[in-house]
Design a protein around this ligand. Structure first.
Ligand SMILES: Nc1ncnc2c1ncn2[C@@H]1O[C@H](COP(=O)(O)OP(=O)(O)O)[C@@H](O)[C@H]1O
Ligand SMILES: O=C(OP(=O)(O)O)[C@H](O)COP(=O)(O)O
Length: 472
């Protein structure tokens, strides 16, 4: 990917409807800024266009009297070649926070595989890689169950070289092992969260992490929303500090495709709680053409419309908010699609009795655990002409086979759309688990390695681990 594809720029103005059209039309920041400059002053400072794919100096927008909110192209590891890398000690922050079973075997190696392109690039160019990561949330210092040992064999296999490991991430143990490294080798450091200073972003700990390296690469997208020593603090003590290939790819999809999408652009938001997705829905309303809601959160919207929902999941204190979101969608001209029927259960269990009913006919004592059959068709119809789809949160309790139909149907249809050229982005967490469970992981355009990080990006937040990197 060209480094310039990381260009992240915020330009300005225009009423929202005009922005939409402009988003489709404008291909380069310079054009966007030119158009922005033509907007009346009262409409300026409204619109953020990110990830437009050509380089542009920051002063260019300012020179046209426009407020510049963000203008940052992050420097990429791909900008560094053998000259800069050979023999250098490179501290790479990856997210190797993988799920382990009781015997400490990796049950899903997605994050290990995702780290490989950057590591391979660095070792192929003769760098000495000091690889750092967290695993879980250890509270009491070093504990065997949180050691990164299980990663070593899988990573060695994927890289085709023998990865060595030390039982610490700072200090003389690391210093000695690093001094003995050959060019093109990888030394895995132990869980950086064995030090409580890590999550406090403690400057002296950051300095110690940096002490054994010459330069820094952040490829830990899943942890980029944390301002920790290994993701943010360390950048104050090393130079250059650049983005790894995974981080770039995640930003390109989650920020790029979402900010500058092929249209129609649809967001599917499901999952259990309205409260955790409010800001995502609000933020997406200014970008999408359609929004489809599913999962447990729809019952709060039904109740807000005055419908009875039986024993379904409802956030009583979010009823006003649900009404407000529907109104905002209408005001923004966004098609707001709620399921018209639901699959209900007489208890929250895999072996519950189930039936399909209209959304306004849920009997007392029953709860909605999936979208209904009619709604699956409605959702597919709404998606059929879409060119970009972002999906966050399952359509139902997909963990129970009986109530996985809506989620599976959406995953299968998205796979079909992807094959037809639609960009499909699955935003982390349970949605990814659902897609993988349906065996469709490889059929989507992009599956994010970060749940929390992808949500924060969709909410429009700045990720500290990204912000701290050098601009190109
Ligand atoms: N109708 C429903 N009632 C209760 N829980 C639901 C319902 N639909 C989905 N869920 C649950 O929502 C959870 C996922 O929600 P969430 O964490 O918001 O999604 P994600 O992790 O994809 O962001 C799943 O465990 C799923 O079982
Ligand atoms: O698994 C992670 O995040 P996710 O569950 O939001 O995808 C990351 O490794 C971050 O871990 P953290 O939430 O303990 O900081």
């Amino acid at each position: 990917m060209a480094p310039a594809a990381l260009l992240s720029t915020a330009i300005v103005p225009m009423a929202r409807a005009e922005c939409r059209q402009s988003h489709q039309r404008l291909r380069a920041p310079r054009m966007a800024i030119n158009s922005a400059a033509l907007a009346p002053p009262s409409l300026r400072n409204v619109f953020i266009a990110r990830n437009l794919t050509c380089g542009l100096p920051a002063g260019c927008a300012r020179g046209r009297g426009l407020r510049l909110v963000v203008l940052a192209a992050k420097r990429s590891v791909g900008d560094l070649g053998e000259v800069e890398l050979k023999g250098k000690k490179v501290l790479v922050r990856a997210d190797l926070n993988v799920p382990l079973d009781a015997d400490l075997n990796i049950t899903d190696d997605t994050r290990v595989r995702a780290a490989v392109p950057t590591l391979k690039y660095l070792t192929d160019n003769g760098a000495k890689v000091l690889l750092t990561s967290h695993l879980g949330r250890p509270k009491e210092g070093p504990e065997d169950k949180f050691r990164l040992n299980p990663v070593v064999p899988r990573l060695s296999e994927l890289l085709g070289l023998s990865v060595t490991k030390v039982d610490d991430c700072i200090g003389s143990t690391v210093e000695q092992a690093a001094a003995a490294m050959a060019d093109g080798s990888v030394l895995l450091l132990d869980n950086v969260r064995f030090y409580k200073e890590e999550t406090k972003n403690d400057p002296s700990f950051s300095e110690k992490l940096a002490a054994n390296a010459d330069l820094y690469v952040n490829d830990a997208f899943g942890t980029a929303h944390r301002a920790h020593s290994s993701t943010e603090g360390v950048t104050k003590y090393l130079s250059p500090c650049v983005a790894g290939f995974l981080l770039q790819k995640e930003l390109d999809y989650l920020d790029g495709a979402v900010s500058n999408p092929n249209r129609p652009f649809c967001a599917i938001v499901g999952g259990s709680k309205v409260s955790t997705k409010i800001t995502v829905i609000e933020s997406l309303l200014s970008k999408v053409d359609k929004i489809i809601l599913g999962g447990g959160m729809v019952f709060t919207f039904y109740k807000a419309r005055g419908m009875s929902v039986g024993d379904s999941l409802v956030e009583e204190d979010k009823l006003d908010l649900a009404r407000d979101l529907e109104k905002k969608a209408a005001d923004a001209g966004v098609e707001f699609i709620l399921p018209t029927d639901v699959c209900i259960a007489n208890k929250f269990a895999a072996d519950a009795d189930s039936q399909n009913v209209q959304a306004d006919a849920i009997p007392d004592g029953w709860m909605g655990l999936d979208v209904g059959t009619e709604s699956i068709d409605l959702i597919k119809k709404a998606l059929s002409d879409c060119k970009t789809v972002v999906w966050n949160g399952p359509m139902g309790v997909f963990e129970f086979e009986k109530f996985a139909k809506g989620t599976t149907a959406v995953a299968e249809y998205l796979a079909e759309l992807t094959a037809g050229g639609c960009t499909t982005i699955i935003g982390g967490g349970d949605s990814v688990a659902a897609v993988e469970q349906a065996g469709l992981g490889t059929k989507m355009s992009h599956i994010s390695t970060g749940g929390g990080a992808s949500l924060e990006l969709l909410e429009g937040k700045v990720l500290p681990g990204v912000a701290a990197l050098d601009e190109s």
